[in-house]
Design a protein around this ligand. Structure first.
Ligand code: FES
Ligand code: FES
Length: 140
């Protein structure tokens, strides 16, 4: 019973008090921005990462204009990727989020938005880094 309640509270808290809401300066060279939309419903999610010189995600922020499940999914994702390498962060699946948040099948696309958003943020960061001379490149 204790375990079940702890699980439940974790889920509820991502809905009621989402973590890491906000923005990072999108022109900073160490910031990657992912902006994705869900064709199914028109909801939009922005997720941003800041990457340190070792290629580790040191900060994460999100803004989601969408349903409660999309907001909870992005909140969960921000906590999940902080401290991870870009490769590890890019491997997180929406099915993990859906399971952690107990999303019903009709809300699967909401968690997909979070998976798309982190991948898109990583791509944006890498694209920016690729424009730098090798001596200035950090991480990946
Ligand atoms: Fe309203 Fe997604 S558009 S729940
Ligand atoms: Fe579309 Fe949740 S993101 S209903």
């Amino acid at each position: 019973p204790t375990l079940v309640r702890a699980y439940h509270e974790k889920v509820i808290s991502h809905y009621e008090s989402p973590r890491n809401v906000g923005s990072l300066p999108k022109n900073d060279i160490d910031v990657g921005t992912g902006l994705v939309g869900a064709p199914a419903c028109g909801d939009v999610m922005k997720l941003q990462i800041r990457v340190d010189e070792k290629g580790i995600i040191s900060d994460v922020k999100f803004k989601t204009f969408g349903c409660g499940s999309a907001i909870a999914s992005s909140s969960y994702m921000t906590e999940r990727v902080k401290g991870l390498s870009l490769d590890d962060a890019g491997k997180i699946k929406n099915t993990e989020i859906a399971k952690e948040l107990s999303l019903p099948p009709v809300k699967l696309h909401c968690s997909m938005l979070a998976e798309d958003a982190i991948r898109s943020a990583i791509r944006d960061y890498r694209k920016k880094r690729d424009t730098l001379p090798d001596s200035k490149k950090a991480g990946y």
